[in-house]
Ligand binder design. Structure first.
Ligand code: PGA
Length: 249
């Protein structure tokens, strides 16, 4: 099981970020079977990396090239050098505000897997459907994984992130564990057609979309999720710790 704090572009200062990380770290009781990852904004990575001991360091994006003439980019190698072992890729907010495409996402996923970093690949439909599962999900999954060999799948994490359920999106509505479990089964069926059942046995599918301490257990139990990607609720140390505590069961 894995719980990931996606701080997005928060908090305002390195001082506040360090204090938040210290508060999380101080009371963290990560169980044997639960990994906890904190993904702060890039400029805070070094400072947060020094605070985290029981919790692992993650990033919210990475560029696919190693080094070179790519003004403004931060490469997977820079991140690896700072101790980052998990990178969130293809979050809907990157698609919306930075024009990230499925092809770019595919390059990022491939290069991270080849270089021993775990991508947390975000996949989710934009609009809630009354019935059925959006074909967007299968399409995005297939494009994101083009050229990814089966041997890498056990290290991949997929975050099902229904865009309409992200807490900070205007008009967002809560999802249900029932929908989450249907989509997770659908994703596994798409992937097993691509790779065969055995290859995806250890692949983790986690849930992202307004997760808090009161609904985490239902997404893990009824939703059949192997963890959560937590946005807003991860900015409050007490609430985030409670999510982790409840995730242990
Ligand atoms: P939220 O964000 O928990 O604030 O809904 C989830 C995400 O976008 O990662």
């Amino acid at each position: 099981m894995i719980i990931i704090a996606n701080w997005k572009a928060n908090p305002k200062t390195v001082k506040e970020a360090t204090a938040l990380a210290r508060n999380i770290e101080r009371s963290m009781r990560a169980g044997k079977n639960t990994e906890v990852v904190v993904a702060p904004p890039y400029p805070f990575l070094s400072a947060i990396g020094m605070v985290l001991k029981k919790t692992k360091l993650g990033a919210q994006n990475s560029f696919w090239e190693d080094t070179g003439p790519y003004t403004g980019e931060v490469s997977w190698r820079h991140l690896k050098n700072l101790g980052v072992r998990y990178v969130i890729i293809g979050h809907s907010e990157r698609k919306k505000y930075s024009g990230e495409t499925d092809i770019m996402i595919n390059k990022k996923v491939r290069v991270l897997l080849e270089n021993g970093i775990t991508p947390i690949l975000c996949i989710g439909e934009n609009k809630k459907r009354k019935t059925g599962i959006s074909s967007e999900i299968a399409r995005n999954l297939r494009t994101a994984l083009l050229g990814v060999p089966a041997k890498h799948l056990s290290r991949l994490i997929i975050a099902y992130e229904p865009v309409w359920a992200i807490s900070t999106n205007p008009g967002s509505r809560p999802d249900t564990p029932d929908n989450a479990s249907r989509v997770s089964r659908f994703m596994r069926s798409v992937l097993s057609r691509m790779y065969g059942r055995a290859a995806i046995r250890n692949l983790r599918i986690i849930y992202g979309g307004s997760v808090h301490s009161r609904n985490i257990r239902s997404y893990l139990d009824e939703g059949m999720m192997q963890g959560a990607l937590v946005g807003k609720a991860s900015l409050n140390a007490q609430e985030f710790l409670e999510i982790v505590r409840r995730a242990h069961g």
